[in-house]
Design a protein around this ligand. Structure first.
Ligand SMILES: [Zn+2]
Length: 471
């Protein structure tokens, strides 16, 4: 893979020179030659011809573009919350080259083929980077799973707890039988279920008690969604996975105990994986109390002790991937006066900062290897969701999806830096030790710190079936 210009033509469309290239298990100072959107060569002193575009990455890391498996861009219909253009631009500026859009909170939610078509139309030509699309599993759509799978959804997302939202057509949580039947069907289709694992019985009852007693602070919200609600839901879903053979991915796990349960299940042979989010690794319940609803999410931010435990299981390799769960909303749904913490929209806007946050806290502060952070953000998500032949690593033949990160370019994150439709985030004001300086998707420079984001022809929708990219 490395070592000179061999096996290649004598000219590249683009050469990324002198970077500290983050390979699967090591970092090496190398050049990367890009031809027709693919990585054509990795080596020392690659030949540069007059028609090659050159980026000098001296002093910077060159990582595989981040793959964010969990964002909510809300189109169709709800593009005033976040849209493919603004959301994907934010991701590109944060070093992401492929993302997965969730089947909510657009309207209609992506729970049948007609809705998937509307979603794909909204995305087409508007995304700065490549993407995949999740379908949904909800009560009443078992008969739609097969057509959704055939149309190329990545897999199916379901909620065990009420996802919020309003109206007839809203995305609804599954009852146990829908979960059980759905997992049987998804297993027969060779698909995968992504699950929001919190017990509806526990969270609904505690929330009703709190409402009755007039308890409505951030701390009260967290108390209504205790770790046990997550653990019970994870245990139940693992049982269903074991009995149905359905591949299972747990989204936004917030506790180390749940990670351990999922890891043990993996060791006894279940095809399961666990995701966590930067906000559980960077923030704690004190941030939630101090920052207010801008730091509200479900499951909620946990204690400082829990945050430390999550870093421990992450460093032990027990977490499969880190995704943003970017779940934006108009600012007034977070910050309107008289809005209680319970009434405010639950969802954190953070997608633009994932890589910088993980590098800052993981590598600069905690001294973890940059290869581990890169694995969690790119290589493992690509493998888990069948994209590894094109995405997730820096290797000859793969898509030239690259991100340059300057480890010494410290900056304070301001609201104006954010490209979201609504510029609120719990990370505003944070001083980060590093900055993404360029993002390249299939050989196209889609972002530079100097020139901002270029959407161009738009990213591609990567269709997946039976756990593999459809050619
Ligand atoms: Zn989500």
């Amino acid at each position: 893979m490395t070592g000179g210009d061999r096996n290649v033509k004598n000219s590249y469309d683009l050469v990324v020179k002198n970077g500290n290239v983050v390979l699967s298990g090591e970092v090496m100072r190398l050049d990367i030659g890009v031809l027709e959107g693919k990585i054509a060569a990795i080596g020392e002193n690659l030949t540069i011809t007059s028609d090659s575009n050159v980026i000098d990455a001296e002093g910077q890391y060159v990582l595989p573009g981040m793959i964010d498996m969990h964002v909510h861009f809300n189109e169709p219909t709800m593009g005033h919350w976040e849209g493919f253009r603004s959301g994907s631009a934010a991701l590109a500026a944060g070093g992401c080259t492929t993302y997965a859009d969730m089947p909510l909170n657009g309207n209609p939610p992506t729970v049948n083929e007609a809705a998937l078509k509307l979603k794909a139309e909204a995305a087409c030509g508007n995304s700065a980077i490549d993407y995949v699309l999740w379908g949904g599993l909800v009560p009443g759509n078992l008969d739609d799973l097969e057509t959704l799978a055939a149309a190329g959804v990545t897999g199916f997302k379901a909620f065990l707890s009420n996802p919020g939202g309003e109206g007839e057509g809203r995305f609804r949580e599954v009852d146990n039988n829908t979960l059980y039947q759905g997992m049987k069907t998804i297993a027969s289709l060779g698909g995968i279920l992504a699950l929001h694992a919190e017990s509806e019985d526990i969270t609904a009852a505690l929330s009703a008690d709190a409402e009755r007693d007039g308890r409505n602070t951030a701390g009260d919200f967290a108390a209504c969604r205790p770790p046990e609600a997550e653990l019970e839901a994870v245990a139940r879903a693992l049982l269903y996975s074991e009995r149905t053979g359905c591949r299972l991915h747990f989204v936004h796990i917030s506790t180390a105990a749940a990670i351990e349960m999922i890891h043990s299940a993996k060791l006894r042979g279940l095809d399961v994986s666990a995701e966590t989010c930067p906000h559980y690794l960077i923030l704690n319940e004190t941030h939630m109390e101090n920052l207010g609803p801008v730091a509200k999410c479900a499951p909620p931010l946990r204690s400082e002790e829990e945050r430390e435990k999550l870093w421990k299981v992450l460093s032990e390799g027990k977490i499969d991937l880190v995704a943003s769960d970017h779940s934006p909303c108009p600012t007034e749904l977070k910050l309107k006066e008289d809005l209680s913490f319970f009434e405010a929209w639950g969802g954190i806007s953070g997608a633009q900062s994932s890589l910088e946050l993980m590098f800052h806290e993981g590598v600069a502060v905690r001294g973890l290897p940059v290869t581990l952070i890169s694995k969690l953000l790119a290589e493992l998500p690509a493998k888990r969701f069948g994209m590894q032949d094109r995405k997730g690593s820096i290797a000859v033949g793969l898509d030239a999806d690259l991100v340059l990160l300057d480890p010494n370019r410290s900056y304070k994150l301001d609201a104006e830096d954010l490209l979201y439709r609504h510029k609120h985030s719990p990370y505003i004001g944070l001083t980060l030790s590093c900055k993404v300086t360029a993002t390249i998707c299939r050989g196209n420079i889609v972002y530079t710190a100097e020139d901002g984001v270029i959407i161009g022809d738009g990213g591609q929708w990567l269709r997946i079936n039976e756990g593999q990219l459809i050619r």
